[in-house]
Write a protein that binds this ligand. Structure first.
Ligand SMILES: Cc1cc2nc3c(=O)[nH]c(=O)nc-3n(C[C@H](O)[C@H](O)[C@H](O)COP(=O)(O)OP(=O)(O)OC[C@H]3O[C@@H](n4cnc5c(N)ncnc54)[C@H](O)[C@@H]3O)c2cc1C
Length: 494
């Protein structure tokens, strides 16, 4: 196995897109097979090592940044198997954790199948998307990555390899798991005893529901319970046609009416994506897209799957809805084929890229939210962000998955005073969103950046429920220290 500890190699593993600084490591291991990962973990305590797992560094919360740990880089475990049809409606695709999401999606597509999870950033590794339960615009119809993972092979922190097929290990009526490990040990623990928020997207802390499947505990656990090595992904038939459109709105209230009606299926529309760009986000995008119509109060990007037979009716229903809500249909940007769809999706992807470029020219980090409310409260979340920010002087934008009441507010401070102000506002927004029944993170996870706010969400008692699970699986805290659970909670336990 290759091991690198030169400054240049290390530098690339001390960053992701969070702008979290001051990470450090002695070196990076690049395992080439799953046994090498398990062997590193098996010997970890004897060698006095802790490990941070690195995907491709597109995460936004510092989860892959080591603070003294050695790094396990997943990039050489990148094999993608052949599509195995189960019946006409389902197929499986076996992948290794370091395979790139876009390659997995292409493999499915070229075999005539479809892998729905679609975080906007395609250069992430599939294993990371499972560790983070990633989601994207299509989650309105398909939910998160969790729904498309049928089996996992994980390396547990003490070096055991465990195959977890969905349905194989279920929590009993007391919430307890009992798992016989290959090394004749039994792992017994209870799921966390908290209740998760009633949002349709949620990625903050360990998953916990009555009768839950063990596989769901590992999905979204941000590498704190084991290294995801391989997975069987569920594929479904590719939709025959997809209609996509960017609809411009004169003002925000009309835009919110449109979202409300689209979510309710008005006129028979069935969106699989409903994405918001507020007027400030559009101003940002004008750098790359100068033909965005002037005096636009905001835009909604929507997609719907249809068939050749149904396409005309489907299109008509959307046009009528746009007209009813004051969106000039003649000016909208629509796509009916894969090239057009790719162009519109690039427009969507361009926004965070432009924001990151802008930030790279500033001395301060952005302050961004990934919170969500229960679906029907999408307008409340939008107004909450807008109204608070309108009272401040910063540059800010709101965009994202409004169909799931999940919006990203990005505050872009130009100096340290604004940064402090933005942080204070972030704290206030967290308090307000949690009091409205929301979640701290709908898709980006907690990583190292947001763990203190997770305490606010679940309380100390809830965090100690997570500590209990972590210590049952990882008694020597070998894996991904600092992710999800603030380190002070381990100290209070010992
Ligand atoms: C422009 C942009 C847009 C984005 N849009 C979205 C979006 O729409 N939806 C969304 O959900 N996310 C989005 N993200 C966030 C990011 O792409 C995802 O979180 C992604 O899953 C990270 O993948 P990665 O390979 O880059 O992981 P990294 O950043 O390298 O790591 C992320 C975390 O996963 C852990 N990890 C990595 N591999 C494993 C493994 N094999 N086993 C266990 N743990 C592991 C790491 O330790 C770390 O905690 C976006 C990011 C960017 C930059």
């Amino acid at each position: 196995m290759i091991y690198k500890n030169d400054t240049l190699a290390i530098a690339g593993f001390l960053e992701d897109t969070s702008n979290l600084k001051s990470g450090w490591t002695q070196g990076i291991f690049f395992p080439e097979n799953v046994e090498e990962v398990a062997a590193l973990l098996f010997d970890a305590v004897a060698n006095g090592r802790h490990y941070t797992i690195a995907g491709n560094g597109t995460g936004t919360t510092g989860g892959r940044i080591p603070f003294g740990d050695h790094v396990i880089a997943m990039q050489r475990l990148d094999r993608i198997g052949e599509v195995q049809p189960l019946d006409s409606n389902r197929a499986l695709l076996h992948v290794q954790a370091g395979a790139m999401l876009q390659d997995v999606q292409s493999k499915a597509t070229s075999a005539g199948w479809f892998y729905p999870p679609d975080p906007t950033e395609k250069s992430c590794f599939i294993g990371s998307t499972i560790a983070n339960n990633s989601t994207g615009s299509r989650s309105l119809k398909y939910g998160s990555t969790r729904n498309f993972v049928q089996a996992l092979t994980v390396a547990l922190p003490q070096g055991d390899m465990l195959d977890i097929a969905r349905g194989r290990y279920l929590a009993d009526e007391n919430g307890c798991f009992s798992i016989a490990l290959p090394a004749e040990r039994t792992l017994s623990f209870r799921r966390p005893g908290y209740t998760m928020p009633a949002t349709s997207k949620h990625n903050a802390g360990y998953w916990s529901t009555p009768g839950m499947d063990l596989i769901d505990l590992f999905i979204g656990s941000e590498g704190t319970l084991g290294v995801i090595l391989e997975a069987d992904l569920l594929l479904i038939p590719a939709p025959e046609r997809v209609i996509a459109c960017l609809a411009w709105f004169p003002g925000e209230e009309k835009l919110l009416d449109f979202v409300r009606e689209a979510r309710a299926g008005s006129g028979g529309v069935k969106p699989r994506a409903l994405e918001l760009f507020d007027c400030r986000a559009l101003d940002f995008l004008r750098q790359s897209y100068p033909d965005i119509p002037e005096a636009t109060g905001g835009a909604i990007y929507f997609e719907e799957e249809s068939t050749g037979e149904d396409e005309e009716r489907c299109l008509q229903a959307w046009l009528e809805l746009m007209e009813r809500c004051g969106s000039p249909t003649g000016k909208s940007w629509a796509a009916f084929d894969s090239e057009g769809l790719a162009r519109l999706r690039e427009f969507r992807h361009r926004l965070p890229v432009l924001v990151n470029e802008w930030l790279s020219r500033q001395s301060e980090s952005k302050v961004s939210t990934d919170m969500a409310l229960p679906d029907e409260r999408f307008a409340d979340l939008f107004r909450l962000y807008r109204d608070h920010c309108s009272r401040e002087q910063f540059t800010w934008i709101i965009f994202g998955h409004i169909g799931n009441a999940h919006l990203h507010l990005n505050i872009l401070p130009r100096n340290h005073e604004e940064f402090d102000c933005a942080k204070a506002l972030y704290r206030q927004l967290v308090t307000e969103v949690l009091s409205m029944g929301g979640t701290l993170s709908a898709e980006h996870g907690i990583g190292k950046l947001k763990s203190e706010y997770l305490v606010q969400m679940y309380g100390k008692k809830g965090i100690m429920e997570m500590v209990r699970v972590k210590q049952a699986l990882d008694p020597y805290l070998v894996l991904n220290r600092g992710n999800l659970i603030p380190e002070s909670f381990y100290e209070s336990e010992t």
